[in-house]
Ligand binder design. Structure first.
Ligand SMILES: Nc1nc2c(c(=O)[nH]1)N[C@H]1C(S)=C(S)[C@@H](COP(=O)(O)OP(=O)(O)OC[C@H]3O[C@@H](n4cnc5c(=O)[nH]c(N)nc54)[C@H](O)[C@@H]3O)O[C@H]1N2
Ligand SMILES: Nc1nc2c(c(=O)[nH]1)N[C@H]1C(S)=C(S)[C@@H](COP(=O)(O)OP(=O)(O)OC[C@H]3O[C@@H](n4cnc5c(=O)[nH]c(N)nc54)[C@H](O)[C@@H]3O)O[C@H]1N2
Ligand code: SF4
Ligand SMILES: [Mo]
Length: 754
């Protein structure tokens, strides 16, 4: 195995970090959760016919709890157990909110808030009050009627990708029928750069690769993804790929142990005990420099005569300029910007050029950058130069986040509505849709901060804690008159993201509890059918409602029953029929209730180099190299004598959290014992006499975090890592200009001993 793991990026010596990802800690976790008295309920839920709640890899559904879309078994991971266990908690006691004031609730950590239990009755926080109190459904609907009759531009929604396609479809129909396009979504903070970039290049914003394709590839380039933690079943595909002689190139400034070696419980004999080698080549670029690395790979492909000229001439536009750009950019510049040597870049190019079928897969390491769309362009340019798009076993594959985040986009929960959907919705609603551009998540916060939002409805998620600059997020939300939070669990947003007049929390069923069938879409464009189920919460303790019932009731009260009979849509079969009628690629939704046949959405997976663009060709774009200077210590306005080091801080997930929800304090795999740690390179720390485990201040441009414990880790010099949501207190609001995705993966900070 060739690795660009620098000599000086040695992990901390005194920690007991596992030497590989997955493995026995995962088995231990399964045992801990499933062998308890509650374990039975957990097993029952695992076998329920519905898609896994956690990530968009999309295990589960009609084939039973443990199967992927190819029917392979043992495809459920511990993350799935983690997510289910959290929804199976007891209810928040009925007198809880009467007993605990907001001042107390504001002191809770994310983990403590989640552990309170399941939300089980609707509550309201009224202006000037210190406590949430129970509210009747009738009063909720009266407040909804008043607040949704405000001017359409002042009404907005935010959503997270765990709810169903049916709920997502209703949400956008409700908002658009009001005359608003303000449909912010968590994908704005996540893969928006992928959607925008891929759409411009290929005319389609999702993965062009199916699970079957992945099984046929002989090389995967995995960029800015920590799949062992966040998409664990993808690891099975990488193990199988290596076994059939394929190669995995990892691009990540941090050495994630599970990307070097992973022990998969799906293969108890061949992998679980000894582990399977994952990376064939591990490249550690400077954070934010992936464009330079990929332009380098392109330059090397040109120099090694590995470009598929006949392919690009026939199937792409703009290739001449992209090639000229790579040729004109000097090796000196490329290696200086990305910090990876020409030797390693040549090796990567060689592997890609010599492979027959290459999949380029990526996640947040490249989308959450100020040049997020350029990152996507540079990766996909590389795929095109080597003829790896529109061919079985190859292509571009954004690895999606939430389990139904892609479904939300397909259902029209987006500020970039497809023209065909617009027309179909106008026909359905018998009126033109508003042409006023909608707010995405960042624009929504900015608009709220300027007092431009009166009413906000949040379908899941945690708008407050998911955003950068928590001070701004809290202030912005406090200027909104009424906020409806539709949620399964309490979270920080319920206590820090409070409206001016009324903050209402609506408790809803989780996916496996809904009284009706629903559907979801995986990142591989596969639509799953979720059976109805029931909740463990006792009727006398719980007044849960389904998302579908709540949304249709609001819509009915505001819009009446014409042209859409909203209450009829409480039978979700009718929503699926509307989806089949109005959303391209979803025709099979019309019969899924009868056939139970889960399906791949049409026109998304490309096995021929014919793309849904005007010309039928893919477009290549010139990708300027980023300018990655860091400020100097003096720019942080600290006393002159302060000894500190300026680093590029990346923020992301620990191995024990799901987005803003923390399940466990420690991240064992990275040797970080609690949340308030900064992982950095030993030599950076030593350059300013900071020792491991010392407490430091981490100062960014919008605030500082104190008492942060230093942990040495295998991250390249000049880079560091901290966990969100806590770190969002100091993350500035810089974002990619074209997609609006915040630059969560590169913020300059000064690390110093106070
Ligand atoms: N268990 C679990 N599963 C999840 C989630 C969860 O929180 N927990 N969240 C879900 C969601 S919504 C999402 S979006 C995904 C997120 O899945 P990922 O994208 O895998 O998660 P992140 O922790 O954001 O970090 C991704 C990786 O990017 C690397 N990185 C940082 N900067 C750079 C850079 O400049 N270049 C490159 N090439 N790499 C860089 C980091 O070192 C890290 O390994 O996971 C989904 N699945
Ligand atoms: N600094 C930093 N910030 C980031 C990121 C980062 O890497 N770094 N990543 C960004 C990314 S990729 C994302 S996707 C966002 C995540 O942002 P969000 O999606 O807004 O946040 P989550 O933490 O996933 O939301 C969790 C809440 O969803 C609710 N919930 C769970 N299941 C259901 C359900 O079935 N129905 C309903 N109605 N509610 C439910 C629960 O109340 C739970 O508390 O964060 C972003 N923020
Ligand atoms: S890989 Fe993702 S979808 Fe599959 S079981 Fe794990 S968390 Fe669920
Ligand atoms: Mo995400």
């Amino acid at each position: 195995m060739v690795k660009d793991i620098r000599k000086d990026s040695q992990p901390n010596s005194d920690s007991h970090k596992p030497s590989m990802g997955g493995g026995m800690p995962i088995i231990g976790y399964w045992a801990e959760k499933t062998l308890t008295p509650e374990g039975l309920l957990l097993w029952k839920t695992l076998f329920h016919k519905s898609a896994c709640l956690s990530c968009a890899w999309g295990t589960g559904g009609q084939k039973g709890g443990f199967k992927n879309e190819d029917g392979e078994t043992l495809q459920r991971c511990a993350k799935s157990v983690e997510a289910i266990a959290s929804e199976l908690l007891e209810p928040v006691p009925i007198h809880f909110f009467a007993k605990h004031s907001l001042d107390e609730l504001k002191k809770l950590t994310s983990q403590q808030a989640d552990k309170l239990g399941r939300l089980s009755f609707p509550v309201i926080l009224r202006a000037g009050k210190s406590h949430y109190e129970k509210i009747s459904w009738e009063e909720i609907y009266q407040i909804a009627e008043a607040s949704f009759s405000k001017s359409p531009e002042c009404i907005a929604s935010y959503s997270s990708g765990r709810s169903s396609n049916e709920a997502a479809y209703l949400l956008q129909l409700l908002i658009r029928a009001l005359g608003s396009n303000n449909l912010a979504d968590c994908s704005d903070l996540c893969h928006a750069a992928s959607t925008v970039g891929l759409k411009e290049m290929f005319g389609s914003g999702t993965s062009m690769v199916s699970l079957e394709d992945l099984k046929q590839s002989d090389c995967v380039v995995l960029i800015g993804s920590n799949a062992p933690a966040n998409h664990p079943r993808l690891m099975n595909e990488l193990i199988q790929l290596r076994e059939r002689g394929g190669k995995v190139i990892v691009v990540n400034p941090m050495v994630e142990v599970g990307l070097v070696k992973f022990a998969s419980p799906a293969y108890p004999i061949k992998s679980l005990l000894t582990g399977s080698e994952i990376s064939s080549l591990y490249l550690q670029p400077i954070p934010g420099s992936d464009v330079a690395l990929f332009v380098g790979i392109q330059k090397s492909l040109i120099e090694q005569d590995m470009v598929q000229y006949s392919y690009i001439k026939e199937h792409t536009l703009g290739w001449e300029a992209a090639i000229a750009h790579a040729q004109a950019t000097s090796w000196e510049k490329i290696t200086e910007v990305c910090g990876v040597s020409k030797e390693f870049i040549d090796q990567a190019a060689c592997i890609i050029g010599q492979s027959q079928r290459v999949v380029f897969a990526w996640a947040m390491g490249v989308t959450q950058q100020e040049n997020g769309v350029d990152n996507i362009f540079s990766i996909a340019n590389t795929a095109l130069l080597t003829g790896n798009a529109g061919k079985v076993g190859s292509g571009t594959m954004p690895i999606r986040g939430h389990s139904n985040v892609q479904g939300f986009g397909s259902m029209g929960v987006t500020i970039r509505l497809k023209e065909e959907i617009r027309q179909a919705l106008e026909k359905l609603l018998q009126r033109p849709l508003s042409r006023v551009p909608g707010y995405d998540t960042r624009a929504l916060i900015e608009a709220a901060d300027q007092g431009k939002i009166d009413t906000l409805i949040c379908l899941g998620g945690n708008l407050y804690a998911a955003n950068p600059d928590l001070t701004q997020a809290s202030r912005a939300l406090s200027k909104i008159e009424t906020i409806f939070y539709i949620s399964t669990k309490p979270n920080l947003g319920h206590f820090h993201g409070l409206a001016q007049q009324n903050t209402i929390i609506i408790p809803v069923f989780a996916r496996f509890e809904n009284p009706h069938k629903t559907t979801t879409e995986s990142g591989n464009n596969f639509v799953r059918l979720n059976d109805e189920g029931d909740t463990h919460l006792k009727q006398e303790d719980a007044e849960l409602i389904s998302e579908v019932e709540f949304l249709t009731e609001i819509a009915h009260r505001i819009h009446g029953d014409s042209p859409v009979n909203w209450r009829k849509l409480q039978d979700t079969k009718y929503i699926r029929q509307l989806i089949a009628q109005t959303i391209p690629g979803f025709e099979q939704m019309a019969t899924i209730d009868e056939t139970k046949e889960e399906f791949t959405i049409s026109n998304r997976i490309f096995h021929q180099p014919k793309f849904p663009t005007k010309s039928g060709k893919a477009s290549m774009f010139v990708t300027p190299l980023p300018q990655l200077t860091l400020p100097s210590k003096e720019d942080f306005n600290v006393p002159f004598a302060t000894k500190g080091v300026v680093l590029a801080l990346g923020t992301g997930r620990s191995y024990s959290q799901h987005n803003t929800v923390v399940y466990k304090e420690a991240d064992k795999f990275r040797g970080m014992p609690h949340r308030n740690c900064i992982l950095m390179n030993k030599s950076d720390a030593e350059s300013v006499d900071i020792k491991e485990h010392e407490r430091v201040t981490v100062q960014g441009s919008v605030g500082k975090m104190e008492n942060v414990e230093v942990i040495y880790g295998s991250i390249r010099e000049g880079a560091a890592l901290m966990f969100y949501p806590e770190v969002n207190a100091i993350v500035p609001t810089n974002a990619d200009r074209r997609s609006g995705t915040p630059a969560f993966k590169r913020l300059p900070v000064l690390v110093y001993e106070p």
